[in-house]
Design a protein around this ligand. Structure first.
Ligand SMILES: NC(=O)c1ccc[n+]([C@@H]2O[C@H](COP(=O)([O-])OP(=O)(O)OC[C@H]3O[C@@H](n4cnc5c(N)ncnc54)[C@H](OP(=O)(O)O)[C@@H]3O)[C@@H](O)[C@H]2O)c1
Length: 338
């Protein structure tokens, strides 16, 4: 089969489209013919081997030679212990633990997958798993958003942020989306009530306070976040700098006790029931996966370069090049997109 392979951490140039052996499923796995995969920041981090946590299980060399964790495709073989799926089923899910989605075939455990509804394309469901589950657990489960509450989403124009804006609106919140100048109209079109340009304004310094801050790209001090929270407000860090992670781990419990402000990390747990829940919201017309660009399997390196904040994209920023709004999808089987 064709796959995009790498054997050493590095920039997208280390990726090579190669012929490799088709994987064989264990008794607890299905073999999937991949139709579409989507690109996440986690792919970028594991490609570069940075930050250091991206090297877990592979300090010097990548643990998995094929990236790609958000996948959608057709079950070709179901292992002996598989109960929920059979050959021919159309499925999607997040296989971050084993990766391998940037290929024509991949093996996946049953508990990572959900059935694709007939109403959605493979590309649409491939855009869901990691980003939408982050958003759902941040807004509904840990954020416990109630109607009328003020919610701020930092990094609202990226993969998880575009789902978070739509979900926060579903739960009746007044939503502020923060992202760069070029994404503000886009955020309004998703339903954001207010938008802030992070290149012009620091949301922790303008005097506004929120019931929930969902931070996809945290890099400030915990004291700044505390200032931007209402009494009893919650701050959830999803991604960002290692320094902010340490501050939250050290000072978060103390701030909860002394100031009643709930400042925590959000550790996302993949859950196929939540994938189904998102597809139900799609069918009810409440949430749509936003796909900015599609690339063929042979252009995975280009797709990674188009991600926000990748090092190449960061250089292009000064040339006025656009970067991804929402998700970037890899179409693997070009003959069959639905
Ligand atoms: N906690 C967990 O369990 C868990 C699990 C999986 C993933 N993650 C993390 O979750 C995050 C998911 O993010 P994503 O996939 O939505 O990322 P993304 O698609 O890269 O989106 C990030 C957005 O933030 C914007 N941004 C950049 N700098 C900013 C700033 N200073 N202030 C405000 N916005 C800024 C980016 O825009 P530009 O175009 O301007 O760069 C982009 O629109 C990642 O950090 C990932 O590592 C966490």
């Amino acid at each position: 089969m064709k796959a995009v392979v790498y054997t050493a951490y590095g920039p997208p140039d280390v990726l090579q489209l190669k012929e490799v052996a088709k994987p064989t499923p264990t008794d607890d796995e299905v073999l999937i013919k991949v139709q579409a995969a989507s690109v996440n920041r986690s792919d970028w981090e594991i490609l570069r081997g940075k930050p250091l946590y991206a090297r877990i299980g592979g300090l010097l060399k990548p643990r998995h030679q094929i990236l790609g964790s958000d996948i959608a495709g057709r079950v070709e073989i179901a292992g002996r212990n598989i109960r929920r799926f059979q050959p021919g089923d159309e499925v999607f899910g997040d296989i971050l633990g084993s990766m391998g989605g940037f290929a024509e075939y991949v093996c996946a455990p049953e508990n990572a997958l959900a059935l694709k509804p007939a109403s959605m394309t493979f590309e649409e469901v491939a855009a869901i798993p990691q980003a939408a589950v982050i958003a759902l657990q941040g807004i509904r489960d840990k954020g416990q958003v109630q109607p009328g509450q003020k919610v701020l989403i930092n990094g609202a124009g990226g993969g998880a942020g575009t789902f978070a804006v739509q979900l926060a609106k579903c739960y009746g919140a007044e939503v502020t989306g923060v992202d760069n100048t070029g994404k503000l109209d886009f955020l309004r079109s998703l339903g954001a009530d207010h938008v802030l340009d992070y290149t012009q304004e620091d949301f922790t310094k303008n005097g506004n306070q929120y019931d929930l801050i969902l931070d996809l790209i945290a890099h400030r001090s915990v004291f700044a976040y505390k200032r931007a929270l209402r009494p009893n407000g919650r701050y959830l860090m999803v991604g960002g700098s290692v320094a902010t992670i340490f501050q939250i781990l050290l000072l978060g419990p103390w701030m909860r006790r002394t100031a009643g402000k709930n400042i925590r990390l959000l550790a996302v747990q993949p859950n196929p029931k939540e994938l189904v829940f998102i597809t139900e919201l799609y069918e009810a017309g409440k949430v749509v996966p936003v796909i900015d660009r599609r690339y063929p399997l042979s252009e995975v390196a280009e797709a990674l370069r188009y991600l926000p904040l990748s090092e190449v994209a960061e250089a292009l920023r000064y040339l006025g090049e656009g970067r991804a709004k929402g998700k970037v999808v890899i179409t693997v089987d070009q003959n069959n997109h639905t």
